[in-house]
Design a protein around this ligand. Structure first.
Ligand SMILES: O=C(O)c1ccccc1NCC(=O)[C@H](O)[C@H](O)COP(=O)(O)O
Length: 261
């Protein structure tokens, strides 16, 4: 499965990084940084109404190259200007053509929180996310044991970051709740065959207590999708491809949000 491949290549990459900056070093550096309360990912998506987490990615395993032209900084500035609550930045290089530099530069530039969209398999990546200026990281239930989820979530909190805990089915939602997650995302994309079904997050919403923020991820394309998700008590949506393929991202966000134009 693609997640196994992503986990394997990520582990290899992290081991290489440890040769340049050791685990102890990165841990010490990250823990010495202050906590930026003004850039809380959790608070940014907690507001009334549905929040938009807008994603920046050049490619994906399911679609290949999505954006030949990739002015990532201009896109980040546009997202912020049109009222995105947070920006998700892919840093995984092999399948998503992401880069750590994109996250670092975007986090320095915008005032809204950034999410490091990487496949976290080692706490090293959490410390690294802090150094790259991220406000949040992604923890995927199917890649981590319950004990790992608990311990990674604890490290995340110690650093003043938020964790988006991603689940795909009932079992994983229970695991996400049990590990103490306060933001749970359900992916609408089936990572075995890449089909997308919005009813996945709508169905699983009912299993998540209302005091935990709930994010619907992937395959969101129309104002009707947003209305459906909002009617089913989804707190935030994570949207990548629809925006990345759009010539006019501001207009697309306004359209999905249902702004009066
Ligand atoms: O998008 C993929 O092909 C993919 C494959 C395997 C693991 C993760 C994958 N996507 C990561 C994401 O979670 C999406 O980028 C994100 O939810 C936005 O989805 P979309 O709006 O459909 O671009």
């Amino acid at each position: 499965m693609i997640l196994d491949k992503l986990a394997k290549s990520t582990r290899k990459r992290v081991e290489e990084k440890k040769k340049i900056k050791s685990y102890k070093e990165i841990e010490r550096e990250a823990l010495s940084l202050s906590i930026n309360q003004d850039k809380s990912f959790y608070e940014a998506i907690r507001k009334d109404g549905i929040s938009f987490i807008c994603e920046i990615k050049q490619a994906s395993p399911s679609k290949g190259i999505i954006a030949e032209n990739f002015p990532y900084m201009d896109i980040a500035i546009e997202y912020e200007a049109v009222g995105a609550s947070a920006i998700s930045v892919l840093t995984e290089p092999e399948y998503f053509k992401g880069k750590d530099e994109y996250l670092l530069q975007i986090s320095e530039k915008v005032k809204i929180p950034t999410l490091r969209k990487d496949f976290t398999v080692d706490p090293y990546q959490i410390y690294e996310a802090k150094l790259l200026g991220a406000s949040a990281i992604l923890l995927i239930c199917s890649l981590l044991t319950l004990e790992e989820l608990k311990s990674y979530n604890k490290i995340t909190k110690e650093l003043g970051l938020s964790a988006l805990i991603e689940a795909h089915d009932e079992e994983e939602v229970k695991k996400a709740i049990e590990c103490g997650g306060d933001i749970i995302g359900v992916n609408n994309r089936n990572l075995k065959d890449f089909t997308v079904d919005l009813t996945n997050s709508i169905r699983l919403r009912e299993l998540v207590p209302k005091d935990i923020l709930f994010v619907s991820e992937s395959g969101i394309q129309t104002p009707e999708d947003i209305q459906r998700l909002q009617a089913n008590n989804v707190d935030a949506v994570l949207i990548g491809e629809t925006f990345m393929r759009s010539e006019n991202k501001k207009e697309m966000i306004r359209k999905l949000r249902g702004d009066e134009i």
